[in-house]
Design a protein around this ligand. Structure first.
Ligand SMILES: [Mg+2]
Length: 269
């Protein structure tokens, strides 16, 4: 029997806002400069490093690569703390805005009385800064936040989603996840959750087949000025992801019209 949608879990980085290239990457570079280190991550390098989830872990892998030995934990801590401070400053300056459709959809879901929560493995302070920098107050719409501090293992490990399922008290079959990346999708799928992927600047570079487990893959949630394009999955009426689209995706996908094949757009071309 079809399950009704009762809860929506939101990823943060790449899903709520394009935080990676214009946020985290610049913050790492500023931390390198502050510490007198010669490295600056360009977008291509950073895209490769994003295969390592978690900022501290990413730094560790990079330093091991360029220095040929595993960095000391205290040095990693110091660099990561400096990077976090720069990130909060960038967000506080209003440089990172919420993606098109986020406020619209979150408000609609809240209006229908469904549970919503943040499920990220980024740090709580980064999430707080992003939500506080938004002109729209989304915090009343979110029942709880699962953040990096709450789990021992970051995405793609399913721990954050398993914790969220327990805290929500909702059956996994009645939950839908919004994610932008393949580690995020893997985390949700491993916890038994259905996922809609809204590709970010970073994940749009991956082949859409990498997201085969998702109910649908779109280039965003869409709004009047920025219509959403479906790359895989059922057609999205009105070119905007709405609560009714999510409800139908979860409970009656077989009755939905499939999106005809589209020509991929090369973001660099
Ligand atoms: Mg993400």
């Amino acid at each position: 029997m079809a399950e009704p949608l009762k809860a929506v879990f939101w990823d943060v980085d790449g899903t709520l806002a394009e935080t990676e290239m214009a946020g985290h990457r610049l913050a790492f570079n500023r931390a390198f400069a502050d510490s007198g280190l010669p490295w600056r991550w360009d977008p291509l390098t950073y895209r490769r490093l994003l295969n390592v989830t978690g900022g501290r872990e990413r730094l560790g892998v990079f330093l091991s690569e360029v220095e040929g030995r595993v960095p000391e934990a205290s040095r990693l801590d110091q660099l990561q703390a400096c990077k976090q401070a720069h990130y909060l400053e960038l967000v506080g300056e209003g440089d990172l805005v919420l993606r098109a459709g986020v406020v619209r959809l979150m408000t609609e879901i809240a209006g229908a009385g469904l549970l919503q929560a943040i499920v990220t493995t980024s740090g709580r302070s980064a999430v707080t800064a992003l939500l506080q920098a938004s002109a729209d107050d989304l915090q009343p719409h979110l029942r709880f936040w699962i953040c990096g501090e709450d789990v021992a293992c970051k995405k793609p490990d399913p721990q954050a989603y398993r914790l969220a399922i327990a805290r929500a008290g909702v059956q996994p079959a009645q939950i839908l996840v919004l994610e932008d990346s393949s580690p995020g999708l893997r985390a949700a799928a491993s916890a038994g959750l259905a996922t809609v992927v809204t590709l970010s600047q970073v994940s749009a570079m991956e082949p859409v087949e990498a997201f085969a487990e998702a109910l649908a893959v779109l280039d965003g949630l869409g709004d009047e000025l920025e219509p959403a394009r479906v790359l895989r999955g059922p057609t999205c009426p009105g070119d905007q992801v709405t609560l009714s689209y999510l409800q139908r995706l979860l409970s009656e996908p077989a009755t939905m019209e499939p999106q005809p094949p589209t020509t991929p757009v090369n973001p660099d071309g």
